[in-house]
Design a protein around this ligand. Structure first.
Ligand code: FAD
Ligand code: FES
Ligand code: FES
Length: 1368
């Protein structure tokens, strides 16, 4: 019987609006939920679940991953898959079961092995990404264990393989850990793992104890019920009631047609309006194209059976349009070569949790209608795919090529299925290519392509004869993938020789023409050329296989010759960027002088973080009546704001009010951030906006989603009348003399007599190097919750690093005394400096709104807004003039530095000192500089992990390399020649140098760079480069010095009557392991009262949240030393308690032997001893700063054809003194290094011509992922020399290791230099193959450009002319 939409809506009205699902085994009925509600929003607002987090809202980060299970009552089968809950619409998963991280393990029921292993392998720092990672791993285990064909794994393992383990988390971003420990935790489940190969963990003492599975938390496949029985019964009974048919949930806002006819009747009804009805399959497209308005009506086409067909026949494979990409991969993987290649390419589309739901049809429609840079359209087009579409009552079958070429289809066009023909393999060659910053996917490609050729042997020429060919290119800035028909026509019938390839390549360059505005057009063209060349050269005998690695000579060794770690050298010879297993080694000494300080105990709360129970600001249950805010920001750099209006739209109807500068209470100030003596920044633009991205107001709505959407509807009216044009660049600022003053106390001092230094030099040279900005990409965006309280008071929960200053500024904003403001911060989901000054703006904005409305107000910024307003690192330009002797000794250096500080001072004034202090790791002879903090009309730049230090250290390396290249000597020789001796160190660093015995950098460098191991590796790199044309390697060893400054800090230790201990410090736990170190220090400090030195106290200590009214003068969290400062304050508090408790202990001992802790405290409590102590530690000014040393060797391989870089190996040595907790410090070293790798290689924080950030999401901003970290990642923590002036002889680890990442950039330059020499590329100002500058970040286009965009043509020309060996 046919159903009319109105009928269905009426008939199912009750069931309709009700979605039933199980969440962690519990039944939920969602009635009357807005159809645009995502699963994530539902989970977080309608259930107690907090594990899935909002990190991006676009499928690009994995913080929201859950396991979705579907039950097929006909077959009684449950299918499970991971999904991004931020893109999954709640209504689309009716009668499904959802498992979140809390569902697999929690505090009450016990933790799951995944959670325990993640924490035991130290794989969680801030923990914000951890529940998502946990669910990606869990889903991979569930999937692998269901493969019946795999043998039963040994107890404790799963059927997962190590290679699958690495890929399991390929879509999950983590900004803290650097992924290595995450991979180890995941690999620990793989049946083929060598457990000895896994890194530092809490399960066995590496090197001392054998690694066995019995020591790992047990894993039982199937122990977690993913689909509860009650829901199965419900599904079965509803099927029975519906006479066997599955119940389709439809309502007047969510329609779920069960047939094409029903869909068409719907299209024809009054209900349908293409502007307000959204047609969805799995809705992942909303991660790519963000909705601009709310929809109140949806059509879910997944219930139409014909769209789910999978038919495999001798003719080919037909896939219904709603078949998921993962399912398509599964089906195609079983097919012939062409199918398998397609499957392989598809496995690099998006990430596992997106592919599991994203449909093939949705992708093709996006490509056809919206010019999406689809991989799928490209590869299917080359494979001769046809599509079936339904337009009105007509069903059409046409080639994919014709379909793509048609004008964009309307919303009534339904893609039914695709058909990929079967290609017999005789004479057929099929290859696909993509060049993207991440090899495993989760990054759209610069160019993708797929080629299918039929060749036969040509007796005459001895070459292959091209009988037929299809060449497809896409994603390069074109409406859709296209065939290069001219090139195809040219090639047909010709023998594939080098001269033919050359001509084909030249023709291709005329075809591939990126549209105006496409970034890196020349690069994209050269990529297309590289792909075609790679493909055609594999079909010819006259040129060698392009990316072939010469195994015999081009050997890559692990340097140590150590194969005991279970992998073979041979493995590494076959470098395949797409899959290289990750190996690691950690070396450290565990000090037990101060135990339990010094033990590598696991991070406090790591399991809580993994289970998702750890509470971040957005997880705090909001009070009744809470409203939500979203910023309206300026899109102009300098303009009068004439008014704010809203478009007429559904989302606009959600606006409750808009808070602006006018709402600052009388007596309050319009102030968003400020630091004593450095200056202030306004909270809201008042009449004139000063930069694109400035807050103009806050839209207030009933839900956070409504607030986001409503803010998008704002239309701000601007005028630029009587205003100066904006100053946007460093050059503009210099021209206009627009600077911030650097306070004298923060101005670094020159060293020596520059003119004299120049006069001593044999040579001088000068050049310029540029470094761009970097975004923090903490996983938790800026967030605050403000709750007005009695008597003009307010409580703010803020994800802040500067909690004390937040309190001050909220009070100033509201015009109330500081004691009326209580700011509480429990934990921060990553900060890296971005939640220093910038978080204060959000807290203040919430406070102003909450005060005005007298209701709680929360703001959790969406990723885009966060990226636009936060500012990031300082872009800078360095011009240097260096004088040096012929032996390489530098005698004088002048540095002209321009920093783009943006519109407000923020903390920019600290940059000059930081830059210079890391820059002077070398003895420059005499040093002079001129540093300008440029005031411009862009967002104010802020602190980011190692602010200025990382740039200073890098600039130093660029100069050293420049000198080396001009003198034609090895860079390490110049490095070593100019490293300080202690005398010159003291001249440059003054008091920070400490004792001569503590200067270890030169010895550390010698140990690494002069070692036979390094020399051997350098020789092997040279061999490799001599025998490989298209891949080049480079190796580099970089020393670093980092100046650390201690600060005053408070600590408070309170012992409860039961002996448990609560500790408060001023520092915030931002993932750096502060709580863990503080806990150890408390146990150590009170340990004098315990027989075992305090180990028994570890479990009794709880470090609690920062509360500005409980512990005052908390200062800030940053600068690497918060842990040390807080630890020392706590130690001093403990000393006070020990003093008080010792007499009690002695009197008890006098009565009878050893005294248990609990008895001691009970006695002290009875005696009314004060069991709480507070200390405010002030470091000794004569030793309050010191130097951190380190060195890093990186070896990379650059693909000359694509510009892709693979970090083959990094070896880091970091001196963290006598580590307070080596596991925590190791995590800091690895995490900082990988963050640095992002800065130096892939992270492009691009702005438009108005200075507005346009790389504003996971789509365009690429932080490192698991597939981009070093394939061998070794870290050594050393304690170079005991130093009693330090806190228990320890040193910092938070920021310094980030500087080591410049070793990757330096190694890349070495590799590029080899490529330039090979192809005689002399681009750049020096017009030399060996001397060139490479700016930061060195993205794929930058690398390729330096290697030569035209190397393929050059090579082919030389081969064709017979001047080059054909077997190069
Ligand atoms: C983080 C992320 C990374 C990605 N990376 C890549 C990548 O590297 N390469 C790549 O190729 N793709 C990539 N994609 C795109 C992804 O493949 C598509 O989002 C997905 O396939 C769309 O399928 P869907 O079912 O979710 O479509 P939906 O979002 O439901 O729909 C998308 C559009 O297609 C329409 N539509 C859907 N099905 C049909 C149909 N059968 N007939 C008519 N119209 C229909 C919808 O109305 C809508 O307009 C990525 C996506 C995300 C979120
Ligand atoms: S929040 Fe869903 S993938 Fe980032
Ligand atoms: S621990 Fe992964 S983002 Fe912080």
């Amino acid at each position: 019987m046919q159903r009319r939409p109105e009928e269905v809506a009426a008939a199912t009205a009750k069931a309709a609006a009700t979605v039933v699902l199980a969440v962690n085994g519990k039944r939920y009925e969602a009635a009357g939920v807005d159809p645009s509600t995502t699963l994530l929003e539902f989970l977080r607002t309608h259930t107690p679940v907090r594990g899935p987090k909002l990190g991006c809202g676009e499928g690009g980060c994995g913080a929201c991953v859950v396991l979705v299970s579907q039950y097929n009552s006909a077959t009684d089968e449950v299918t499970e898959f991971s999904a991004s809950s931020c893109l999954t619409l709640l209504r689309s998963i009716d009668r499904c079961s959802v498992t979140t991280s809390e569902g697999i393990g929690n505090t009450k029921d016990g933790y799951h092995a995944v959670q325990q292993r993640l924490s035991g392998f130290h794989a969680s720092q801030c923990g914000f990404c951890t529940p998502g990672i946990c669910m990606s791993i869990f889903s991979a285990l569930v999937k692998a264990d269901k493969v019946a064909s795999r043998p039963t794994p040994p107890t404790g393992f799963s059927k997962l393989t190590t290679s699958e383990a690495e890929k399991a988390v390929s879509g999950n971003l983590c900004r803290c850990t650097g992924y290595r420990p995450v991979v180890d935790a995941c690999k620990s489940f793989a049946a083929d793992v060598d457990l000895e190969d896994l890194g530092l963990n809490c399960f066995w003492r590496k090197g001392n104890e054998p690694a066995t599975v019995s020591k790992l938390p047990g894993y039982n496949s199937g122990a977690v019920c993913t689909f509860p029985e009650f829901l199965k019964s419900e599904i079965m009974s509803s099927r029975e009631n519906a006479n066997g048919a599955a119940v389709a949930v439809s309502s007047d806002d969510w329609y779920h047609p069960e047939s094409i006819e029903e869909l068409h009747r719907l299209f024809d009804s009054n209900w349908f309006d293409e502007n307000s009805v959204k047609i969805v399959a799995s809705n992942t497209g909303s991660g790519v194209y963000k909705d601009q308005d709310l929809y109140d009506k949806y059509i879910d086409i997944k219930g139409i059976p014909e769209l789910s067909v999978i038919i495999s026949s001798s003719k080919g494979i037909e896939l219904g349009s709603v078949v998921s990409i993962s399912k398509a991969i599964e089906v195609l993987s079983d097919g012939n070569l062409v199918f398998r290649k397609i499957a392989d390419h598809l496995s690099k589309v998006a990430s596992p949790f997106v592919r599991n739901t994203a449909t093939i049809g949705g992708n093709i429609i996006m490509a056809q209608r919206l010019s999406f840079e689809s991989d799928i359209a490209t590869v299917l087009l080359a494979a001769g795919t046809t599509v079936t579409i339904q337009v009105a009552s007509k069903r059409l079958c046409l080639t994919l090529e014709d379909f793509l070429q048609q004008s964009p289809c309307d919303s009534r066009t339904l893609l039914m299925s695709i058909f990929i023909p079967n290609w017999d393999s005789d004479g057929i060659t099929f290859e696909t290519f993509r060049a993207a910053p991440r090899p495993f996917g989760n990054a759209v490609s610069y160019v993708n392509s797929a080629f299918l050729a039929r060749t036969s042997a040509d007796a005459a020429s001895g070459e292959n004869l091209m009988e037929d060919i299809c060449l497809v290119f896409g994603a390069y800035g074109i409406d859709h993938a296209i065939r290069a028909s001219k090139v195809e026509a040219f090639l047909k019938g010709k023998p594939v020789s080098s001269s033919v390839i050359l001509k084909a390549v030249q023709l291709l360059k005329e075809t591939v023409s990126p549209s105006e505005g496409t970034t890196h057009p020349e690069y994209r063209i050269s990529l297309a050329v590289s792909f075609l060349f790679t493909f055609l050269s594999s079909l010819t005998k006259s040129v060698n296989e392009p990316a072939k690695v010469n195994v015999i000579n081009g050997s890559y060794t692990n340097g140590t010759g150590d194969t005991s770690s279970g992998y073979s050298l041979k493995e590494h010879l076959k470098v395949d960027r797409n899959y290289l297993p990750i190996h690691s080694r950690q070396e450290m000494v565990f000090g037990d002088e101060y135990k339990p300080v010094g033990k590598p105990i696991k991070k406090v709360g790591a399991e809580l973080q993994a289970s998702g129970e750890a509470v971040y600001v957005d997880d705090i249950p909001v009070p009744k009546g809470c409203l939500y805010g979203a910023f309206i920001y300026s899109t102009r750099p300098h303009a009068h704001v004439k008014g704010i209006n809203f478009k007429s739209s559904l989302a606009s109807q959600k606006v409750i009010t808009v808070i602006t500068a006018k709402d600052i209470p009388r007596g309050g100030q319009n102030i968003g951030s400020s630091y004593p003596m450095l200056g202030e920044e306004a909270l809201f633009a008042d009449q004139v906006v000063e930069f694109a991205g400035q807050n103009i107001g806050v839209v207030i709505a009933e839900t956070q989603w409504y607030a986001y959407m409503a803010a998008k509807q704002a239309v701000v009216e601007y005028s630029t009348e009587n205003l100066q044009p904006p100053i946007l660049t460093i050059e503009d600022a210099i021209q206009q003399n627009s600077y911030f003053q650097i306070p004298t106390f923060l101005s670094p001092k020159p060293v020596g007599d520059y003119d004299q230094g120049v006069s001593e030099a044999d040579h001088t040279l000068s050049a310029e190097v540029k470094l761009e900005s970097q975004y923090h990409f903490y996983m938790e965006t800026q967030v605050a919750l403000a709750i007005p309280d009695e008597d003009n008071c307010i409580t703010i929960y803020s994800s802040a690093q500067f909690v004390e200053i937040t309190q001050d500024l909220v009070a100033r904003c509201l015009g109330i005394p500081f004691h009326n403001v209580r700011v509480i911060t429990r934990r921060v989901g990553g900060g890296f400096g971005g939640k220093a000054m910038k978080a204060i703006h959000i807290a203040c904005a919430c406070a102003v709104a909450a005060f005005k409305l007298q209701r709680p107000v929360k703001m959790y910024l969406d990723r885009k807004t966060d990226m636009i307003i936060v500012g990031g690192r300082h872009p800078m330009k360095a011009k240097y003039s260096v004088g040096f002797k012929s032996d390489g000794r530098i005698t004088a250096l002048h540095l002209d530095l321009g920093l783009n500080a943006g519109t407000a001072p923020d903390l920019s004034a600290i940059l000059p000192t930081n830059i210079i202090s890391s820059f002077i790791k070398y003895n420059w002879g005499a040093l002079a500089f001129n540093i300008k903090l440029c005031k411009t009309n862009v967002s104010s730049k802020t602190t980011m992990r190692a602010p200025g230090d990382v740039q200073g250290s890098f600039i130093a390396e660029a100069i050293i390399e420049h000198v080396a290249s001009v003198l034609s000597v090895d860079t390490n020789t110049i490095r070593r020649k100019n490293l300080h001796d202690f005398k010159s160190l003291a001249v440059f660093y003054g008091e920070s140098v400490g004792e001569a015995s503590t200067y270890t950098l030169a010895t550390m460098f010698d140990k690494l760079a002069l070692s036979p191991d390094y020399q051997h590796r350098a020789t092997m790199v040279e061999h490799f480069n001599n025998s490989n044309k298209w891949k080049k390697r480079g190796i580099s060893c970089v020393p670093i010095t980092f100046e650390v400054r201690l600060r005053a800090a408070p600590g408070k230790v309170s012992i409860m009557n039961d002996g448990s201990i609560a500790v408060e410090v001023g520092g915030v736990e931002i993932g750096q392991g502060l709580w863990t170190k503080v806990k150890q220090m408390t146990a150590f400090g009170l340990g004098q009262l315990c027989a075992d030195g305090g180990e028994c106290l570890l479990d009794k200590v709880r470090v609690i949240q920062v509360d500005t009214l409980s512990v005052i003068q908390g200062g800030f969290t940053g600068g690497s030393t918060t842990s040390e400062n807080s630890c020392e304050a706590v130690r001093q508090s403990c000393l006070i308690l020990v003093e008080r408790l010792k007499p009690v202990k002695e009197s008890l001992e006098a009565k009878g032997g050893t005294v248990e802790w609990s008895a001691l405290i009970a006695e002290a409590s009875m005696a009314s001893a004060n069991l709480s102590a507070h200390a405010y530690w002030n470091p000794d000014p004569t030793s309050s700063s010191y130097l951190n040393y380190g060195a890093g060797i990186s070896e990379v391989e650059v693909d000359v054809l694509t510009g892709a870089t693979t970090i083959l190996r990094s070896d880091l040595v970091h001196d963290c003194g006598q580590s307070l907790n080596p596991a925590v410090d190791l995590g800091q070293v690895e995490g900082a290094f990988i963050q640095g790798v992002g800065f130096f290689t892939d992270e492009e924080y691009k702005t438009n011509a108005d200075g507005m950030v346009i790389h504003d999401g996971t789509w365009t901003y690429k932080i490192p992922t698991v597939d981009t970290i070093p394939k061998q990642f070794n870290v050594e923590l050393i304690n170079s020399a005991p130093d009693k002036k330090r806190v228990l002889s320890s040193k910092a680890s938070g920021e310094a290791p980030l500087l080591l990442a410049s070793s990757v950039h330096c190694a890349m330059r070495e590799a590029i230099r080899a490529a330039r020499k090979e192809f005689s590329v002399c681009t750049g100002p020096a017009n030399s193959a060996v001397t060139f500058q490479m700016d930061v970040p060195a993205t794929m286009p930058v690398v390729k450009e330096l290697c030569g965009l035209d190397v393929v043509e050059r090579y082919l020309q030389s081969v064709s002319a017979g001047t080059s060996s054909a077997t190069a």
